[in-house]
Design a protein around this ligand. Sequence first.
Ligand code: GLY
Length: 394
Amino acid sequence: MGMHLAVVGGGVIGLSAAWSCARAGWRVTLLDPAPCSGASWVAGGMLAPVTETWPGEEDLLELGVASVRDWASFAADLERDSGLGAGLRAEGTVVAATGSGDRAELDTLAEHLARLGRPVQRLSGRELRRLEPAIGPDVRGGLSVPDDLAVDNRTLLDALLVACSRAGVVLERRAATAVLDDGERVTGVRCADRADRADGADGPDVHADAVLVAAGAHSSSLHPSLDGLVRPVKGEILRLTRRAGALAPPSRTVRALVDGRPVYAVPRDAPGHGDLVVGATTSENGFDTEVTVGGVRDLLRDAERILPGIAEYALTESAAGLRPGSRDNLPLIGATGPDGLFVATGHGRNGMLLAPVTAAAVVALVDRKPVPDVVRPADPARFALSGATAAEGS
Ligand code: GLY
């Protein structure tokens, strides 16, 4: 019997890692009271390292570019193993700007990318409308970024769950409450006895040779070595469905700046998944997942400035998810705390994008092999010193 890995968290990162480790020969148990829910279920699904980039986040850009490059083969493997579509869309992304301030902001982004050797194509409003007739007359210019892709997050999660099951991953629908160790090594995971409550009686512990914490925004409470490393960053998102007579949605992801506020619209084509996902707000209110009136109003107002035809669509879903935010926006992928404890969390806005590169890195980590160079900056050890300093100062 192979070595036993317990994976805590059934979102895109936990499922991708569990599936990949099972394929690599590990006996895997996945712990989640409600797999495929949470932030991964709510997500917009952009695979957008370039259009999500920010000056000062070059390590994250490199990691994202490596992962988007791996996405096609990740999707092909997943489709082969699950027998289902992976939901990858290869149409690319455009970015639109309305006023002169927004256009200046996009110029700054384009110049930054050119300095990094990643030039993007600048387009006039008319050129953007030629590519995407759904874009309205308020848009005066923008960018084309054909290598920023998208995935239907719900199609992807369905395929990952089936691939995990076919690869022999055992799913336990219970909430993990703590990673257990004997002072030197991990020994397993303590879990609630039932799926529907994490605060009731403990059930039997899950014993394991190695534990991967991939519990998104909930990761920090599971072991003292993870304390304070991840915080919840709320995002509200809408799903719109085209009604008879309404204009067709765009075929690409359309991102935009509207009077300085970012908004995006990602097309979908799977039945029942809506035709357009519009997102997303950003706020920090602890573990609050209520959708606010102001959030819905802002998203609809800004999206309609860019895509006026959506006024005739039905608003079929609103939801909020908790992005797992790290202190420097880079994820945490590596070993931490007692021997045998690994972490893959803190992916912030980029969980879907970074799933392939994270899953491959986790296989290397649990097999005690070096991770690819591009993943090294994500080692949680980077916070060991600053964590100690913060604790001393408090
Ligand atoms: N990746 C988009 C978002 O987090 O809203």
